[in-house]
Design a protein. Structure first.
Lengths: 204, 217
């Protein structure tokens, strides 16, 4: 069976968000604080997966929320608040990646970020508590995957994370990346292909 | 970045749309028949499915953000600053004495001086803090001054980031300043605290260097 796109947030969540957003639009910073608390973990995770640096991810998450506050009056509710927030996070992180790429030497993106590794002490919300030996293997696997993603271009990193981590549909990815659905599919195909090449020894 | 077809529109293989749940129902049955009879296609789909599962497993969609409370408080501080900029309801932000604080000749002065301009909130004070930090200034451009309200300490906390080492003979001094009055004739600014008494006077000496005078010291 094919995998369906990630389930959207519950209706109750969406209603709560709409209420909070309306209060934000009226200038209620406490309502915005509630949205920050609700979504900071997801925004931070997205930034972290892209930049693979705890401090940078923290700053980018901050910047994303500030931009969201500045733009909240323009939020019309055409999409879920988180999708809209995610688009902002995407733009903030994408700008950062592009600037970093411009600063890096050479034409390839993959040589400048492989050394970053994972920030020490990075905390994650564990989905399960694995046995110690399993945890070690998962940690090594996670490191391999992060290094592999770091070798992709910014566009390919984004499309992979939007699809595989956030579970966005092609249309939503196209909206976030301001490109056509065809481009999304193309980038996704090539990003997966490159990851499979890099991680070929992990094939089933 | 390479200018390969990967950045252009292209028709992806059908299996990808099927795997991602993007294939219309009308096409699905036909594709699944094709899949059932093509071991090569099955292997391709299985490899993609395996990669997808690994990514989902190793890259959590949500992470615990470090210093979560500080994260929120920093955003609130910045929102307050944005609000103050937009409303311009507090004239001190654009007043001559704040500009005076930022004059270039102050750069390179005392190694560690932080000027904190705090204004009491007369309107709708929150339960968390009745102080709004309007502006901070550090002569060393590498030092970032952050302020947040600590409920536990019932105080506004200043954090100096980028200050790697504080010389033993230097002190960090902060004042709670409610207002300032500039005297153009003497080119000095007197800052007063909550009691109305002058806490500190900033002026320049004959060599145009900054000088602080603390009347009550």
């Amino acid at each position: 069976m094919p995998a369906a796109a990630a389930a959207p947030e519950t209706e109750e969540d969406a209603v709560l968000d709409i209420d909070l957003v309306r209060r934000c639009q009226a200038g209620d910073t406490r309502a915005f604080d509630a949205l920050v608390t609700k979504y900071r973990g997801r925004v931070y995770a997205m930034a972290y997966h892209l930049v693979q640096n705890e401090t940078e991810a923290w700053d980018l998450a901050q910047e994303s929320f500030i931009k969201a506050w500045r733009a909240v009056s323009s939020f019309k509710g055409d999409s879920a608040f988180y999708t809209w927030l995610f688009r902002i996070t995407h733009n903030v992180a994408y700008d950062w990646l592009r600037k970093k790429k411009i600063r890096a030497d050479g034409n390839e993106f993959d040589d400048s970020r492989a050394d970053h590794g994972v920030a020490a002490g990075a905390e994650t919300v564990a989905r399960a508590v694995p046995a110690p030996d399993t945890a070690m293997k998962q940690s090594e696997l996670g490191q391999r995957i992060r290094e592999a993603i770091a070798q992709l271009s910014p566009d390919h990193q984004q499309v992979i994370l939007l699809r595989e981590v956030e579970g966005l549909a092609y249309e939503e990815i196209a909206s976030a990346m301001k490109c056509s659905v065809g481009t999304v599919m193309s980038r996704l195909f090539y990003a997966r292909k490159k990851l499979q090449e890099i991680l070929h020894d992990l094939r089933p | 970045m390479k200018t390969t077809p990967e950045n252009q529109d292209a028709t992806p293989p059908d299996w990808m749309r099927w795997l991602d749940g993007e294939m219309p129902a009308a096409e699905r049955a036909s594709f699944e028949r094709e899949l059932a009879g093509d071991p090569g296609l099955q292997a391709e789909v299985e490899a993609a499915r395996h990669l997808s599962a690994m990514l989902k497993q190793e890259l959590p969609a949500e992470m615990s953000i470090p210093h979560a409370d500080f994260f929120n408080s920093q955003i609130q501080v910045r929102l307050s600053q944005i609000e103050a900029e937009e409303r311009r309801s507090v004239p001190v932000a654009a007043s001559p004495w704040l500009g005076w604080l930022r004059m270039p000749w102050l750069i390179g002065a005392a190694a560690v001086v932080v000027a904190l301009l705090a204004v009491r909130r007369d309107e709708a004070p929150s339960s968390e803090s009745n102080t709004l930090v309007m502006s901070t200034y550090a002569p060393n451009p590498k030092v970032v001054v952050n302020a947040f309200h600590s409920e536990a300490a019932e105080a506004t906390v200043l954090m100096l980031e980028g200050l790697e080492e504080l010389p033993a003979d230097r002190k960090v001094v902060g004042w709670h300043l409610d207002s300032g009055l500039t005297d153009p004739a003497s080119m000095s600014t007197a800052f007063s605290g909550p009691s109305g008494e002058v806490e500190v006077v900033m002026t320049r000496d004959a060599r145009n260097q900054p000088r602080l005078w603390v009347p009550r010291s």
